[in-house]
Design a protein around this ligand. Structure first.
Ligand code: BTN
Length: 260
């Protein structure tokens, strides 16, 4: 595989870097194009939610055009693990940073960033847009509306005693680490990703609850949520829980919370 050299295009304000990069991809943008914006008016989050994108956060999307015929969710898991490694790298003192299934990044127990991966039609192979949003120097007042959500919200600045960070350095670090891991994933396959992701996950061995689940058998009997010990992820990227009787079961969707 040839080395991907990221090409960064900066914008002040856009609707959504994912939407803009999709347009650019359809007009022939190259592999490794990265669109970064100071703010987004219509930032997209997972599950159809809005990603609030005021000044101070890092919002970018990366184009992978030659992504082989594999699951887009693998790249979302990879980006989530890379985001955790990047955030950890910039914390001046040891902080509790890691991923929450499937690809949220938590800093001291609060959400600091997320990933939205979108596939687009691109001939025979799939093209992917990997959108990443991280609250970096985001003012606390902008995060307050999200404090009531499970895990709440924080920024790197908030988690690191008020220190201000350079967004460019964080983007560069993310891309460097991503493109170190990506070829290894292509060569070694899912096992590489699973090992990396589980290393960055904060919840292995913890008791967790999953709401709005779907099992790999598409069972509909979990409307009230399920509880179990978090064992890891399986080869589908699904969360694997062990119930009180020791039975293992995988769930492909769901919102995870921790029963501390
Ligand atoms: C989540 O809900 O946790 C995912 C958030 C992903 C937000 C990023 S910001 C850059 C890119 N552009 C978007 O519109 N969304 C993603």
């Amino acid at each position: 595989m040839s080395v991907v050299v990221p090409h960064i295009i900066k914008f002040d304000s856009v609707d959504s870097t994912n939407a803009l990069l999709k347009e650019l991809a359809q007009k022939g943008a190259n592999e490794g194009t990265v669109v970064v914006a100071t703010t987004q008016h219509a930032g997209r989050g997972r599950g159809g939610r809005i990603w609030h994108s005021p000044e101070g956060g890092l919002y970018f999307s990366l184009l992978l055009k030659s992504y082989p015929n594999r699951r887009p969710t693998d790249m979302a898991l990879l980006a989530g693990a890379v985001m955790a490694q990047t955030v950890k790298h910039f914390c001046p003192q040891p902080c509790l940073v890691g991923v929450k299934w499937p690809n949220d990044c938590l800093l001291e127990g609060k959400k600091v960033g997320g990933v939205l991966c979108e596939a687009i039609d691109h001939g025979d192979s799939a093209a992917l847009i990997i959108g990443v949003g991280i609250n970096i120097n985001t003012p606390l007042s902008e995060l307050e509306p999200f404090m009531g959500r499970p895990f709440g919200a924080t920024s790197l600045r908030e988690g690191c005693g008020g220190k201000c960070f350079e967004l460019e350095s964080i983007l560069e670090r993310f891309l460097k680490v991503f493109f170190e891991h990506y070829p290894k994933y292509l060569e070694e396959g899912f096992l590489f990703l699973q090992t990396l992701w589980e290393r960055e996950c904060l919840f292995i061995g913890k008791n967790v609850e999953l709401r709005n689940t779907g099992t790999t058998e598409e069972s509909k009997d979990n409307a009230g949520g399920v509880r179990g010990t978090f064992l890891g992820i399986d080869e589908q990227g699904a969360i694997v829980l062990s119930d009180s009787c020791g039975n293992r079961r995988s769930y492909v969707t769901g919102e995870m919370t921790c029963c501390w």
